[in-house]
Design a protein around this ligand. Structure first.
Ligand SMILES: Cc1cc2nc3c(=O)[nH]c(=O)nc-3n(C[C@H](O)[C@H](O)[C@H](O)COP(=O)(O)O)c2cc1C
Length: 357
């Protein structure tokens, strides 16, 4: 499909939203809908974008802006921006280079890349494509604890530096676009034949519930490696506090991009409550609907130390592979470099809740 279309002129792209029409042209219809869509009536999907836009800034003036620094930190390590790529399944549906291109782009631009359990490429091949970049492994506990433990051990051996355990997927959300198109996720690339058989037996991703992943079994997951554990998919302040108590290095306030429980509170609306509940005991990140540098700064002002960006990077990958994703990251950096001084902030650490109305 891609071969029939001319290469996208990346110079003509001025904001993240510009990538989506190109991706739509270049992807198969059911795959496009799988990525674009959400659960049930897609209320949370729509609100995830709008909720960031509902906040208003109160900028400060005459601060010292001679040097502007948009860099951030994740897990105590420097990142060129307070932005990481969200884990997203099956990136070969966007581009033949799949996760290798996404990881290489993130590495080249100095931001973390998070690989999905449901990736198109094996975690080792992705590591080879971006050996120097900060890489994390997102874990679904599927196929039982033994299989998951082996995945975590492989990720640690391949140089991934955090385990991002997704906790908002006891079962798959009701995604009606996929029901209509009959879309089925391609098999996971990490698997050997026995693993694939196990996935078949457990019915795919549904078995996080069956595996018995609970607060009580979290310690066991943590014991599989020495890597920091990040819990992704928290919206309740009580769960945020419990995650910090349980020794999580970070939480991701997330609705899974509106793909799980529709009518969930948006990340933008849930974030401040989770930040307050954690009270500095672990890092708080957020994702869902981040489309602008202004959204990034809103999340930072509410108390997040960083954000993950999902679909826009997927569309950028479909539009131009590694160069497309690099362009998307550059656009976010350019927006931050303008928005920070307009807010009266020289760096990310200057962006506090006082800058919001
Ligand atoms: C196509 C697609 C696949 C995804 N796959 C995963 C996944 O495998 N694991 C996971 O934890 N989250 C997954 N997510 C959720 C993202 O990590 C992230 O939470 C969400 O996309 C952020 O919202 P945004 O797309 O509005 O930026 C996926 C999202 C999309 C769009």
């Amino acid at each position: 499909m891609t071969d029939l279309l001319p290469a996208v002129d990346l110079d003509s792209i001025v904001k993240l939203a510009d990538f989506e029409p190109y991706a739509r042209e270049r992807m198969l219809g059911p795959a496009y809908d799988y990525v674009a869509g959400g659960a049930w009536d897609e209320v949370t999907l729509r609100e995830s974008v709008e909720a960031w836009q509902a906040y208003r800034f109160v900028p400060r003036v005459l601060t010292d802006l001679r040097s502007i620094d948009p860099s951030g930190t994740f897990l105590g390590r420097a990142s060129a921006l307070p932005i990481a790529t969200a884990p997203m399944a099956a990136q070969a549906m966007a581009h033949a280079g799949a996760e290798a291109e996404m990881a290489a782009a993130a590495g080249a631009r100095g931001i973390p890349f998070c690989l999905s359990t449901s990736s198109s490429m094996s975690l080792e091949d992705v590591a080879d494509a971006a050996p120097d970049g900060e890489r994390w492994f997102q874990l679904y506990v599927i196929g039982g604890f033994d299989y998951s433990r082996r995945l975590v051990e492989r990720a640690e051996a391949a140089g991934y530096r955090a385990i991002v355990l997704t906790v908002d997927l006891p079962v798959l959300g009701r995604r009606e676009r996929d029901l209509r198109t009959g879309f089925v996720l391609p098999p996971m690339s990490h698997m050997d034949a026995a693993d694939a058989e196990r996935q078949h037996r457990y019915g795919g991703l549904d078995d996080q519930r069956i595996a018995g992943l609970t607060w009580e079994t979290l310690d066991e997951v943590r014991s599989w490696s020495s890597l920091p554990l990040v819990l992704k998919g928290i919206l309740s302040p009580a769960d945020a506090a419990r995650a910090a108590d349980a020794g999580a290095a970070a939480i991701v306030v997330s609705t899974h991009g509106g793909r799980q429980l529709d009518r969930s509170i948006s990340s933008a609306a849930a974030l401040a409550g989770c930040v307050d509940a954690v009270d500095g005991r672990c890092e708080v990140w957020a994702d869902g609907g981040i489309r602008r540098g202004l959204d990034v700064l809103t999340a930072i002002a509410l108390g997040a130390s960083g954000v993950l960006v999902g679909r826009p990077f997927y569309w950028a990958l479909a539009s131009g592979g590694r160069a497309g994703v690099e362009k998307a990251i550059d656009l976010l950096r350019a927006e931050l470099a303008i928005a920070l001084p307009l807010l009266g902030a020289a760096s990310i650490s200057d962006v506090t809740r006082e800058l919001l109305a």
